[in-house]
Design a protein around this ligand. Structure first.
Ligand SMILES: CC(C)(COP(=O)(O)OP(=O)(O)OC[C@H]1O[C@@H](n2cnc3c(N)ncnc32)[C@H](O)[C@@H]1OP(=O)(O)O)[C@@H](O)C(=O)NCCC(=O)NCCS
Length: 175
Protein backbone atom coordinates (compact mmCIF):
# COMPACT_ATOMS: atom_id res chain seq x y z
CA UNK A 1 0.00 0.00 0.00
CA UNK A 2 1.40 3.38 -1.00
CA UNK A 3 -0.32 6.13 0.96
CA UNK A 4 0.28 9.80 0.27
CA UNK A 5 -0.83 12.43 2.78
CA UNK A 6 -1.56 15.80 1.21
CA UNK A 7 -3.63 18.94 1.67
CA UNK A 8 -7.22 18.65 0.53
CA UNK A 9 -8.21 20.86 -2.42
CA UNK A 10 -11.64 22.14 -3.46
CA UNK A 11 -11.81 19.40 -6.11
CA UNK A 12 -11.52 16.80 -3.32
CA UNK A 13 -14.36 18.17 -1.17
CA UNK A 14 -17.17 15.93 -2.42
CA UNK A 15 -15.12 12.72 -2.33
CA UNK A 16 -13.75 13.57 1.11
CA UNK A 17 -17.25 14.07 2.49
CA UNK A 18 -18.23 10.67 1.11
CA UNK A 19 -15.22 9.07 2.78
CA UNK A 20 -16.11 10.70 6.10
CA UNK A 21 -19.73 9.55 5.79
CA UNK A 22 -18.73 5.97 5.01
CA UNK A 23 -16.11 5.89 7.79
CA UNK A 24 -18.66 6.83 10.45
CA UNK A 25 -21.56 4.80 9.01
CA UNK A 26 -21.22 1.97 11.54
CA UNK A 27 -19.82 3.96 14.44
CA UNK A 28 -21.80 3.69 17.68
CA UNK A 29 -20.53 7.04 18.94
CA UNK A 30 -21.64 8.95 15.86
CA UNK A 31 -24.78 10.69 14.66
CA UNK A 32 -23.56 10.07 11.11
CA UNK A 33 -23.43 13.81 10.33
CA UNK A 34 -19.64 14.28 10.56
CA UNK A 35 -19.39 14.92 6.81
CA UNK A 36 -21.77 17.86 7.29
CA UNK A 37 -19.55 19.16 10.08
CA UNK A 38 -16.58 19.04 7.70
CA UNK A 39 -18.56 21.03 5.14
CA UNK A 40 -19.63 23.66 7.71
CA UNK A 41 -16.10 24.05 9.12
CA UNK A 42 -14.68 24.61 5.62
CA UNK A 43 -17.10 27.52 5.17
CA UNK A 44 -16.30 29.06 8.58
CA UNK A 45 -13.63 31.39 9.97
CA UNK A 46 -12.28 28.43 11.92
CA UNK A 47 -11.06 26.73 8.75
CA UNK A 48 -7.32 26.49 8.08
CA UNK A 49 -6.95 24.90 4.62
CA UNK A 50 -3.45 23.53 5.28
CA UNK A 51 -4.86 21.60 8.25
CA UNK A 52 -7.37 19.68 6.14
CA UNK A 53 -5.38 16.63 5.03
CA UNK A 54 -6.34 13.59 3.01
CA UNK A 55 -4.80 10.14 2.69
CA UNK A 56 -4.67 9.00 -0.93
CA UNK A 57 -4.11 5.49 -2.24
CA UNK A 58 -5.22 5.89 -5.87
CA UNK A 59 -8.43 7.35 -4.38
CA UNK A 60 -9.08 9.23 -1.14
CA UNK A 61 -9.22 6.76 1.77
CA UNK A 62 -8.92 9.03 4.80
CA UNK A 63 -9.25 12.60 6.04
CA UNK A 64 -8.36 14.72 9.07
CA UNK A 65 -9.35 18.26 9.96
CA UNK A 66 -7.95 20.59 12.61
CA UNK A 67 -9.81 23.87 13.05
CA UNK A 68 -9.57 26.94 15.27
CA UNK A 69 -11.10 27.01 18.75
CA UNK A 70 -10.55 29.10 21.86
CA UNK A 71 -10.02 28.20 25.50
CA UNK A 72 -11.63 30.80 27.78
CA UNK A 73 -10.95 31.41 31.44
CA UNK A 74 -11.68 34.39 33.69
CA UNK A 75 -8.11 35.53 33.15
CA UNK A 76 -7.42 34.94 29.47
CA UNK A 77 -8.49 33.56 26.11
CA UNK A 78 -6.07 31.24 24.34
CA UNK A 79 -6.12 30.01 20.72
CA UNK A 80 -6.10 26.28 20.17
CA UNK A 81 -7.25 23.69 17.62
CA UNK A 82 -9.95 21.04 17.58
CA UNK A 83 -9.14 17.72 15.97
CA UNK A 84 -12.50 16.80 14.41
CA UNK A 85 -13.10 14.63 12.64
CA UNK A 86 -10.57 12.01 11.57
CA UNK A 87 -11.90 9.27 9.33
CA UNK A 88 -10.56 6.28 7.42
CA UNK A 89 -12.66 4.15 5.05
CA UNK A 90 -13.67 0.89 6.81
CA UNK A 91 -11.72 -1.31 4.37
CA UNK A 92 -8.55 0.66 5.11
CA UNK A 93 -8.83 0.88 8.91
CA UNK A 94 -6.27 -0.63 11.33
CA UNK A 95 -3.49 -0.33 8.77
CA UNK A 96 -1.84 2.78 10.15
CA UNK A 97 -3.55 5.40 7.97
CA UNK A 98 -5.23 7.17 10.89
CA UNK A 99 -1.85 7.33 12.57
CA UNK A 100 -0.23 8.87 9.44
CA UNK A 101 -2.99 11.48 9.20
CA UNK A 102 -2.78 12.42 12.88
CA UNK A 103 1.02 12.68 12.88
CA UNK A 104 1.00 14.80 9.70
CA UNK A 105 -1.72 17.14 11.00
CA UNK A 106 -0.03 17.61 14.39
CA UNK A 107 3.33 18.32 12.71
CA UNK A 108 1.78 20.94 10.43
CA UNK A 109 -0.10 22.55 13.34
CA UNK A 110 3.16 22.84 15.26
CA UNK A 111 4.89 24.39 12.23
CA UNK A 112 2.09 26.96 12.07
CA UNK A 113 2.86 27.94 15.67
CA UNK A 114 -0.08 26.39 17.49
CA UNK A 115 0.59 25.21 21.03
CA UNK A 116 -2.18 22.71 21.65
CA UNK A 117 -4.91 20.50 20.22
CA UNK A 118 -8.18 19.38 21.82
CA UNK A 119 -10.09 16.26 20.85
CA UNK A 120 -13.33 14.60 21.86
CA UNK A 121 -12.94 10.96 20.99
CA UNK A 122 -12.00 7.38 21.81
CA UNK A 123 -10.09 7.42 25.14
CA UNK A 124 -8.15 4.30 24.04
CA UNK A 125 -7.01 5.81 20.72
CA UNK A 126 -5.72 9.35 21.24
CA UNK A 127 -3.36 8.70 24.20
CA UNK A 128 -1.20 6.83 21.62
CA UNK A 129 -0.42 10.29 20.22
CA UNK A 130 0.29 11.90 23.59
CA UNK A 131 -3.21 13.21 24.37
CA UNK A 132 -4.17 13.30 28.06
CA UNK A 133 -7.43 14.10 29.77
CA UNK A 134 -8.05 17.84 29.28
CA UNK A 135 -9.17 17.93 32.92
CA UNK A 136 -5.48 17.46 33.81
CA UNK A 137 -5.02 21.13 32.83
CA UNK A 138 -8.45 22.22 34.09
CA UNK A 139 -9.75 22.44 30.52
CA UNK A 140 -13.43 21.60 30.14
CA UNK A 141 -15.85 20.96 27.32
CA UNK A 142 -18.76 23.39 26.86
CA UNK A 143 -21.16 20.43 27.09
CA UNK A 144 -21.54 17.25 29.14
CA UNK A 145 -19.01 14.65 28.11
CA UNK A 146 -17.27 11.73 29.82
CA UNK A 147 -14.09 13.15 31.32
CA UNK A 148 -11.81 10.52 29.74
CA UNK A 149 -13.12 11.27 26.21
CA UNK A 150 -12.22 14.97 26.31
CA UNK A 151 -8.47 15.20 25.74
CA UNK A 152 -5.72 17.72 25.04
CA UNK A 153 -2.20 17.60 23.65
CA UNK A 154 0.66 20.05 24.05
CA UNK A 155 2.38 20.62 20.70
CA UNK A 156 5.15 22.64 22.34
CA UNK A 157 6.91 22.29 25.69
CA UNK A 158 4.44 23.43 28.35
CA UNK A 159 2.10 24.56 25.57
CA UNK A 160 -0.79 24.45 28.03
CA UNK A 161 1.11 25.82 31.01
CA UNK A 162 -1.26 28.07 32.96
CA UNK A 163 -4.03 27.44 30.41
CA UNK A 164 -7.37 26.33 31.79
CA UNK A 165 -11.00 27.09 31.16
CA UNK A 166 -13.83 26.20 28.86
CA UNK A 167 -13.39 25.36 25.20
CA UNK A 168 -15.36 27.50 22.77
CA UNK A 169 -15.96 25.71 19.48
CA UNK A 170 -16.66 27.65 16.31
CA UNK A 171 -20.28 28.09 15.26
CA UNK A 172 -19.68 25.37 12.64
CA UNK A 173 -19.99 22.86 15.47
CA UNK A 174 -23.54 23.95 16.33
CA UNK A 175 -26.22 22.82 13.94
C1 LIG B 1 -10.53 5.99 14.37
C2 LIG B 1 -9.92 5.81 12.99
C3 LIG B 1 -9.74 7.17 12.33
C4 LIG B 1 -8.55 5.14 13.18
O1 LIG B 1 -7.94 5.02 11.93
P1 LIG B 1 -7.09 3.72 11.56
O2 LIG B 1 -6.41 3.97 10.28
O3 LIG B 1 -7.99 2.54 11.66
O4 LIG B 1 -6.07 3.70 12.79
P2 LIG B 1 -4.58 3.16 12.77
O5 LIG B 1 -4.51 1.90 11.96
O6 LIG B 1 -3.65 4.25 12.40
O7 LIG B 1 -4.41 2.82 14.28
C5 LIG B 1 -3.40 3.34 15.08
C6 LIG B 1 -3.43 2.61 16.38
O8 LIG B 1 -4.69 2.78 17.06
C7 LIG B 1 -5.37 1.53 17.24
N1 LIG B 1 -6.78 1.81 16.99
C8 LIG B 1 -7.38 1.99 15.80
N2 LIG B 1 -8.69 2.30 15.98
C9 LIG B 1 -8.90 2.30 17.31
C10 LIG B 1 -10.06 2.53 18.13
N3 LIG B 1 -11.26 2.83 17.62
N4 LIG B 1 -9.90 2.47 19.47
C11 LIG B 1 -8.70 2.16 20.00
N5 LIG B 1 -7.57 1.95 19.29
C12 LIG B 1 -7.68 2.00 17.96
C13 LIG B 1 -4.74 0.60 16.26
O9 LIG B 1 -4.82 -0.73 16.69
C14 LIG B 1 -3.29 1.11 16.24
O10 LIG B 1 -2.61 0.68 17.40
P3 LIG B 1 -1.02 0.43 17.39
O11 LIG B 1 -0.37 1.71 16.93
O12 LIG B 1 -0.73 0.08 18.80
O13 LIG B 1 -0.83 -0.68 16.41
C15 LIG B 1 -10.76 4.88 12.07
O14 LIG B 1 -10.94 3.64 12.72
C16 LIG B 1 -12.14 5.46 11.73
O15 LIG B 1 -12.28 6.17 10.73
N6 LIG B 1 -13.17 5.13 12.53
C17 LIG B 1 -14.51 5.58 12.27
C18 LIG B 1 -14.61 7.07 12.51
C19 LIG B 1 -14.15 7.45 13.91
O16 LIG B 1 -14.54 6.82 14.89
N7 LIG B 1 -13.31 8.51 13.97
C20 LIG B 1 -12.74 8.98 15.20
C21 LIG B 1 -13.71 9.79 15.98
S1 LIG B 1 -13.05 10.15 17.57
Amino acid sequence: MNIIIRQETIEDYQTTENVVKRAFADSMHSDQTEHELVSRIRKSDAFIPVLSLIAVEREIVGHILLSKIKIHSDKQTVDSLALAPVAVLPAYQKQGIGKLLIHAALKKAKELGFHSVIVLGHPEYYPKFGFKKAAYWGIQAPFDVPEEAFMALELTDNGLYNVSGIVEYSSAFSV
